[in-house]
Design a binder for this molecule. Structure first.
Ligand code: 2P0
Length: 332
């Protein structure tokens, strides 16, 4: 255990192309379906941990201010896993910062918990390998399991009741197929219904839920093939299908949940028009109104030029594919 020394890790958010929605067990965020994502670069969470024996509970500073109690408790429960593993009940001071707007519709919980898992592993000197870190990060937030790795990443749903086979692993390095991602921010408001609650409601009330779960295996097989063959057309088809199917599913919950606004819809039409003009680009949308356009590098300026002119687009962020979670300070 490293006492009194600050250890900092960095991790990037990821965007799922074949989506995760629904849990087979709530405790530990064990997913009902596998998912495949891309880890971004440029955008990151940087998370520091310092173990301090004098503390009576964990302190959690988020973006420069003490985090609300619910968030602090979530972090403390996450670190309890590490304390149990280490057999040491030492509390910590944690500081986490994102260099992207929290309301950007990028799961800051994914990069945040992935960074915290890597930092805590070092602080408690557990020497866990990445697969185990991915399992642990999942327990903070399901999508965090994927941000342990860079590039194209597959999260396995697994079948074991304890979730020991629900972890992510890398499929393809970021340099191997350097796609670009254009994030169109259409609203800065916090989303009304969080993913965890949205998933629970969908699983409990949608008549389409079982079809969502059973059809995911075909999507995963198709996207693996598209990635292996670097086939952008196939990647487009399966990614847009998974995205629209997930939103259709969410709409069919009771009461239904609609994460989109008018600009979200305008952007979909604009991207479909670009596709008709032969531009290699597709859209994906998560539990919020922002649209992420994924394109081949040569199409980037056309995509940015077209999408930033759509009425209602507040801001456009451009990223590529990045690395997995890693220690950036306090090593050695
Ligand atoms: C995804 N999302 O695959 C899907 C698509 C949002 C839409 O993973 O409850 O914040 O912590 O496991 O990880 C967001 O879910 O949910 C998410 P929990 P998380 O990216």
């Amino acid at each position: 255990m490293i006492i009194g020394k600050t250890i900092t890790a960095q991790a990037h958010p990821n965007i799922a192309l074949v989506k995760y929605w629904g849990k087979r067990r709530k405790e530990g965020n064990i997913p009902a379906v596998g998912s495949i994502s891309i880890t971004l670069d440029t955008l990151y969470s940087r998370t520091s941990i310092r173990l301090e024996p004098a503390l009576r509970g964990d302190r959690f500073i988020f973006n420069g201010a003490p985090a609300p109690e619910a968030q602090r408790r979530r972090v403390q429960m996450f670190l309890d896993i590490f304390r149990r593993r280490a057999g040491r009940a030492v509390f910590a001071r944690i500081e986490s910062e994102n260099n992207f707007p929290t309301a950007a519709g990028l799961a800051s919980s994914a990069s945040g918990f992935a960074a915290l898992a890597v930092a805590a592993n070092r602080a408690f000197q557990l020497h866990l390998e990445e697969r185990e870190l991915s399992r642990l990060a999942r327990q903070g937030s399901g999508s965090a399991a994927r941000s342990i790795f860079g590039g194209f990443v597959e999260m396995h749903a697994g079948t074991r009741p304890d979730g020991s086979d629900a972890f992510a692993e890398p499929l393809l390095a970021p340099e191997a197929w350097p796609l670009r991602v254009v994030i169109c921010i259409t609203s800065r408001q916090e989303k009304s219904i969080g993913s965890t609650e949205g998933m629970e409601r969908t699983a409990a009330t949608s008549p389409f839920y079982s079809a969502w779960v059973s059809s995911s295996k075909d999507d995963l097989a198709e996207i693996r093939r598209a990635i292996r063959g670097k086939n952008f057309r196939e990647l487009t088809e399966v990614s847009e299908h998974s995205c629209l199917k997930m939103h259709g599913l969410i709409l069919s919950a009771r009461p239904g949940i609609l994460y989109w606004n008018g600009t979200t819809v305008e952007l979909i039409h604009r991207i479909r028009a670009l596709q008709r003009d032969g531009v290699p680009v597709f859209f994906t949308i998560d539990a919020g109104p922002q649209v992420k356009a994924v394109c081949l590098p040569e199409a980037l300026s056309d995509v940015v030029g077209a999408l930033k002119r759509v009425d209602g687009v507040r801001e456009v962020l451009v990223t590529g594919l990045g690395q997995g979670a890693r220690i950036v300070e306090g090593d050695g």
